[in-house]
Design a protein around this ligand. Structure first.
Ligand SMILES: [Zn+2]
Length: 134
């Protein structure tokens, strides 16, 4: 149980074949997966860790929303996206044209990280997710 956790360690979660949720099997805190990360003093939420491994740091002031599955212990980075409480992301998506959508998708396909695209385009990261995945 005290084995150090590494990204991709399948022992800590099981993938639900129906929902594609990665259901956390370690300890939980308020329903969220909890894990100890080397170099950090306090445990962090597992879904945040997995997200950061894939997409980079969660933007300041935002938190990850399980928009796909609403399952707190799910740690699939593609089932969460950064959201603020007051930010209506779907409204802001409308501001962006099909051309811009294609542009960010191209950048993403070329291997740019979300943060690089944010810097290049000025589009908020939550909106970016919608543009690319939505
Ligand atoms: Zn999920």
């Amino acid at each position: 149980m005290n084995k150090m956790f590494a990204y991709g360690d399948k022992n800590k979660y099981i993938v639900d074949p129906t929902t594609e949720c990665w259901l956390w099997h370690g300890s939980l805190s308020k329903g969220y997966g909890r894990l100890k990360v080397p170099g950090r003093t306090s445990p962090m939420r597992a879904h945040i860790y997995f997200y950061e491994q894939k997409y980079g740091p969660v933007p300041e002031g935002m938190e990850l929303d399980h928009f796909k599955c609403n399952t707190k212990r799910c740690v699939n980075p593609d089932h969460v996206r950064p959201e603020t409480h007051h930010n209506n992301v779907s409204k802001s998506v409308i501001k962006y044209s099909e051309q811009e959508r294609e542009h960010v998708k191209t950048l993403r396909n070329d291997g740019a990280t979300y943060l690089e695209i944010v810097r290049a385009t000025g589009i908020p990261i939550g909106t970016l997710h919608r543009l690319i995945h939505g």
